[in-house]
Design a protein around this ligand. Sequence first.
Ligand code: SF4
Length: 384
Amino acid sequence: MSERKKELEIYIHIPFCVKKCKYCDFLSGPGDEDTKAQYIEALCCEIQEKSNRYRQYEVTSIFFGGGTPTAVEAKMLCRVLAVVKERFDVKTDAEITIEMNPGTVKKEALILYKKAGVNRVSLGLQSIHNEELQRLGRIHTYEQFLETYEQVRAVGFENVNIDLMSALPGQDMESYKKSLERVTQLIPPPEHISAYSLIIEEGTPFYEKYEQGKLDLPVEEVEREMYHLTKVYLKEQGYERYEISNYAKPDRECVHNIGYWQRKNYVGFGIGAASLIENERFSNGEDLQEYLENPCDCEINHQCLSVEEQMEEYMFLGLRMCQGVSIKGFYQSFGSTLNQVYGQVMEKHIKNGLLEQKEGWIRLTEAGMDVSNYVMADFLEPDI
Ligand code: SF4
């Protein structure tokens, strides 16, 4: 009998965007057509060359992220996907996602993606209010989003995520609520919603404005209210919260992201892409020119994680998910019980109502989710 292959996830980074949003610190920016074509060549080369290392794995998910993957021509993305399928053992039911922004995708492109095997679409909407979108520096309007959404459905995509943001400049409870309402009232409604609070990142135009006191952000209390509204409202609409910021209809959780939180093996291709393979973390360098010249030799920061580091990751990534971490899974991974390693921390947070133990799992309570960073920080130092 042949041995079962290990699971692997693949992330492909496309660093191009039409224009940089004012809050964004991702590795992304505008690129000319020639650079995009060279980048795709380099990506295909990297994937082909490195695939030999991953013969003993089968691929359970592929995720095109960015940047805006759809800022490059559809046929180019499809070529990359074809190379992955040719060189890797991709499961027939693998989840294959492309992130796209309204205003960068046409029906013909969607048809090509569908034919190529893409089965999940993630749309960056952020807000249904054009003035909020404009303030963020987004390139699209709500009307353009609606057009894209309709086309995505018309082409037959049945698994769609929409990204929304709260705590935006000039946003109030009423406008945020409207965004939530309109998105959940789409026909058909999206299967998945990612709802994040805006974070002001250093080095962005928003950061500068914030430092000068010129960014009209909602006060902390309102931000908390938005966070609570998201939980309550989406639940009423049939979305199960399965991670701090992610909500899904039954069985529509994002397989790829769950893999990250469960520390499954994943390999990233393209500039800046990170990988975790058998407890070794590494990533590609971020310099575009260097990557174009030498895409197969750009890995940096190789780090073999110690057992303590693996345990820490197991806890702080696993606790992001509402199901929490499996007590049995921890023992199977490390040969020590959770109690032996984190007994004191767990006792403290169970006592103060931020953690709970149920049916073989340890998870954050509702109150614990609200202060998740505080609880998770405590797991960064094992008791042993
Ligand atoms: S579209 Fe996304 S990746 Fe591109 S600049 Fe805007 S936020 Fe950043």
